[in-house]
Design a protein around this ligand. Structure first.
Ligand SMILES: Cc1cc2nc3c(=O)[nH]c(=O)nc-3n(C[C@H](O)[C@H](O)[C@H](O)COP(=O)(O)O)c2cc1C
Length: 199
């Protein structure tokens, strides 16, 4: 059975009102072998384009794989435990960020790439797509096969597609195929000084 919205709500209760897209988005591992229409797929990258960045440098770059040939190339650098569930997904994108400017190192590029990735994931969720960020990749291999210049730091891979049936996953992953919870707000938000709680 495909995970229901109710289950998502049970595990993801917001303490304050927020747009439901934030709590409804979660990272599944079961993906349908179903193509994402180009207009929709490109719109998620369009959303990423509008992320804020230090000095508006926009250091992020996305390398997309959606053809059989390109996806196979990407599969060659995904670590085996992730490849098990990634290989059905119709679109994979490697996020890289330019770590240097003409003036020297850009100390914000990692933060900026993360923001762009978040924008992408939320836009995808608004389209009814699922996404899953994958850090478990062989970055040296990715650099080699995709011919990524040294000044671009390889961030993470993002899997994009339609959520599938969890029964298609190996048993061990089926147990983990559910939306997870979050730390309470008062554990992550301080006021005035570090560790000073709001309430
Ligand atoms: C930088 C980063 C790296 C991640 N790497 C992996 C990974 O290698 N394999 C995996 O299954 N999930 C990976 N995840 C997914 C996280 O485990 C997941 O986002 C987290 O548990 C929160 O769950 P949610 O996205 O369903 O809300 C990664 C997520 C991020 C942001």
């Amino acid at each position: 059975m495909v995970q229901t919205a109710t289950k998502v709500e049970n595990n993801r209760k917001a303490e304050y009102p927020i747009d439901p897209v934030f709590t409804n988005r979660w990272s599944p591992r079961a993906f349908l072998d179903k193509e994402v229409p180009e207009e929709i797929l490109l719109s998620v990258f369009e959303a990423a384009r509008w992320a804020p960045s230090g000095f508006n440098i926009q250091p992020w770059r996305f390398i997309l794989a959606r053809t059989e040939e390109n996806r196979e190339l990407f599969h060659s650098f995904i670590l085996p435990n992730n490849l098990t569930w990634c290989k059905n997904a119709p679109a994979l994108a490697l996020i890289v960020s330019e770590s240097e400017t003409e003036q020297g190192p850009n100390e914000y590029h990692t933060f900026d790439a993360g923001t762009a990735s978040g924008y992408l994931e939320i836009q995808a969720a608004k389209h009814g797509l699922s996404t899953h960020v994958v850090g478990g990749i062989d970055r040296d291999k990715a650099r080699e096969v995709l011919q990524i210049p040294e000044k671009f730091q390889i961030q993470n891979l993002i899997v994009i597609g339609y959520r599938g049936d969890k029964e298609t996953l190996p048993e061990i992953l089926q147990e983990r195929e559910q939306p997870n919870a979050r730390r309470p707000l008062n554990e992550i938000l301080f006021e005035g000084k570090f560790n000073q709680k709001i309430d």
